[in-house]
Write a protein that binds this ligand. Structure first.
Ligand code: WT7
Length: 659
């Protein structure tokens, strides 16, 4: 997006009377009543909702335990099972015949799975896991394509109290290896290959490669789902086909009742160091927020067809594919493929074919489809019947007003509210978001906190700023679906999210924000740490730098982000080689090799879009790399900052030009 396009627009979009009338949370007064209830009796508010929306095997008596803050506990003496809440309770209520999942494969084949079928499949697979010795509390790594089986694997872990750690299928063997080791993983669930955009991409061989890197003795079992039938080596005694795991297993599996604080999953995400962190989520509090946000932000109703396009490898695919819509008894699409295959009309065609009513995707997808629609009239959304839509959502990064308006007009037909949901892997579910029957929308603003969430914009000292000023986004009170800890590193958890600068009392989101002077609406201004957001995916600059310097050619590297029309941010790397600075063709070749190297080390999503070579990097006399100068260079801006503290100002000229 170009600089002039970012931020908030001045157009206002109040909800129509019809939307207000039908919405679960109907009207501003209803929203304010919930906020007031939370303000007057914070724990009472969440306790009421937890009783109303979650089925407990043993009811809780404690609500919030702050005795070991910031390791907060919610509903700690209550017992439940998340899979029971997602499946059994709907089947028991007579909804067994309702379609839970509409799976559309890369090649367009469609499979429907009812709640009764899904429960049976989850139970059989859960029994199979137990038969292989996988127990409550064990860590299971899931490296699967978007598939019914992927959802079954997650639900089956939840059913037996095993802790899943889903790794996006685009991550490298090295990333898988790191995650296997960090969590002491006992089993891996994967597929032979995945289909994406008409191509077969390897999965099982990546797992093999990661296990061969060593130190993975904890892994006793590798379960392989046959997706493509491609060649796939099986190690006797360790590897077992999915069919064999479920063969002869009954379709009944008594859920393992766990304490509300029992970890449901770990999900690794990038931080400001080279090491990804295993964000740990709970069972009870997480489920509650998944349910509430699905019901209130998405206004999910029994007749809706819900489609969240996120992969199960990201938190959005956890909360709004694997858990939220199922816990609410909804019908949803699970899509294996990519938005541009066989053409860039795929999303619109699928909305038409499946009569999708609620559609949730990322700004980067919208921006790339705008481009496609502008150049290829045949895939313009006007060629499709999108009249089934009634609500749109956006997630992962700020949405620029121009993309918002296009989404609103061309996809939503000017009739569907857009919920621009701000949240994070760590928050478990939506934090700041419009509610469709409540909020007057302003393109580019995620508007107001979800009822009960206490968000604020503060200065460096943690003091709340007046509206109209930019500052640091924090959450001032613990909430049920918050991150519980970083797996194996409680100190890092405290330091990253509850820093002493704020006396350990405020949750630091890592984003900057401002509030509108009149409405108090929030606008997210982007990360304030060394984290980039590429197509709505988080990448640490340090992770990419570590990957680059691990290449034998590289002496030093610094990575920054720069604005990009489609991906939001793009990765730009400044590299010093151990040998002389390359030029022309040679520079191109080495840059290409390094990009592939990063893809191999982390995954293709971490590939720098641009690599520039220098004899050195701009450094202060004490040797600190001046990243803000690199950011300006990457953007192609003139350097207006004071460079008098630079040891080597002449280096800036060299780095100005793309190689
Ligand atoms: C970071 C979290 C939330 C699930 C997907 C990403 C950015 C997320 C928005 C939004 C502006 C947003 C923030 C946040 N972000 N949603 N609606 N508007 N920025 O989860 O990988 O944990 O990334 O994504 O910078 O901190 P994640």
């Amino acid at each position: 997006m170009s600089a002039g396009e970012t931020g908030r627009s001045t157009h206002l979009y109040p909800p129509s009377a019809e939307v207000v009338k039908k919405a679960t949370i109907s009207g501003m007064a209803a929203y304010q009543a919930l906020c007031r209830e939370a303000e007057q009796d914070y724990t009472g508010y969440w306790a009421r909702l937890a009783k109303e929306h979650v089925s407990w095997q043993k009811p809780f008596t404690q609500v919030l335990d702050e005795s070991n803050a910031p390791f907060y506990q919610w509903f700690a003496d209550g017992r439940l099972n998340v899979s029971y809440n997602c499946l059994d309770r709907h089947v028991d209520a007579g909804l067994g015949g309702k379609v839970a999942l509409i799976f559309e494969a890369d090649d367009g084949q469609v499979t429907r799975v009812t709640y009764k079928d899904l429960l049976g499949r989850v139970a059989r697979f859960a029994n199979g896991l137990k038969a292989r010795g996988i127990r409550k509390g064990d860590r299971v790594l899931i490296y699967m394509p978007m598939s019914v089986e992927g959802v079954v694997a997650m639900q089956a872990c939840a059913r037996i109290g095993a802790i899943h750690s889903v790794v996006f299928g685009g991550f490298s063997a090295k990333s898988v290896h790191e995650r296997i080791r960090d969590a002491g993983t006992v089993a891996v669930i994967t597929a032979d290959e995945q289909y994406r955009g008409g191509k077969n991409l390897p999965l099982k061989s990546v797992v093999d490669e990661s296990l061969a890197l060593g130190g993975c003795d904890s892994v006793r079992t590798v379960i392989v789902y046959r997706r493509t039938g491609g060649t796939c080596a099986m190690v006797a005694g360790r590897d077992v086909p999915w069919e064999e795991v479920v063969a002869g297993q009954p379709e009944i599996c008594e859920p393992e009742w766990v304490d509300a604080e029992h970890p449901l999953f770990l999900l690794y995400t990038s931080g400001s160091t080279g090491q990804p962190k295993g964000v740990q989520h709970s069972s009870g509090g997480y489920l509650l927020h998944a349910i509430l946000t699905t019901k209130w932000t998405f206004d999910l109703k029994p007749d809706d067809v819900f489609w969240c396009t996120a992969d199960i490898g990201w938190v959005t695919g956890h909360t709004y594919v694997a858990y939220g819509p199922l816990a609410c008894g909804g019908t949803q699409i699970v899509f294996e493929g990519v938005p541009v295959y066989p053409d860039a009309g795929r999303f619109w065609r699928m909305i038409q074919d499946h009569k999708v009513s609620i559609f949730y995707t990322a700004p980067t997808a919208i921006r790339s489809l705008i481009k496609a629609a502008e150049t290829t009239p045949a895939v313009h959304p006007s060629k499709y019947d999108l009249s089934s839509l009634r609500l749109l959502g956006s997630v992962g990064e700020p949405i620029n007003p121009a993309a918002w308006e296009w989404y609103y007009e061309h996809i939503g037909g000017g009739r569907c509210p857009i919920v621009d949901t701000f949240w994070q892997t760590e928050t478990g579910g939506h934090m700041i978001t419009p509610l469709p029957g409540v909020t007057t929308l302003v393109p580019g603003s995620c508007t107001l906190p979800f009822p009960g969430i206490q968000a604020a914009v503060v200065d460096e000292a943690g003091h709340e700023l007046e509206w109209g000023k930019s500052g640091i986004l924090v959450v001032t009170k613990p909430w049920p679906s918050m991150i519980r800890t970083i797996w194996g590193d409680p100190e890092r958890f405290k330091k990253s999210y509850f820093p002493q600068d704020f006396h350990g009392k405020l949750y630091l989101a890592g984003d900057g924000a401002s509030r509108d002077a009149e409405t108090g609406y929030f606008t997210i201004t982007g990360r304030i740490d060394d984290v980039l957001n590429i197509s709505g995916h988080r990448m640490g600059t340090m992770e990419i730098e570590s990957a680059l310097v691990s290449n034998p050619l590289v002496a030093e590297a610094a990575v920054v982000g720069r604005p990009d029309d489609v991906t939001g941010e793009a990765i730009c790397a400044f590299v010093v080689l151990k040998r002389a600075r390359p030029a022309a063709e040679e520079a191109k070749n080495i840059a290409n090799d390094l990009r592939n190297w990063v893809a191999k080390e982390i995954g293709p999503i971490a590939k720098p879009k641009e690599i520039r070579f220098g004899d050195n990097l701009p450094k202060t006399r004490s040797g600190k790399i001046m990243r803000r100068l690199l950011r300006s260079l990457a953007k192609g801006e003139a350097i207006t900052q004071d460079v008098s503290t630079l040891e080597n100002p002449q280096i800036l000229d060299q780095l100005k030009q793309a190689s």
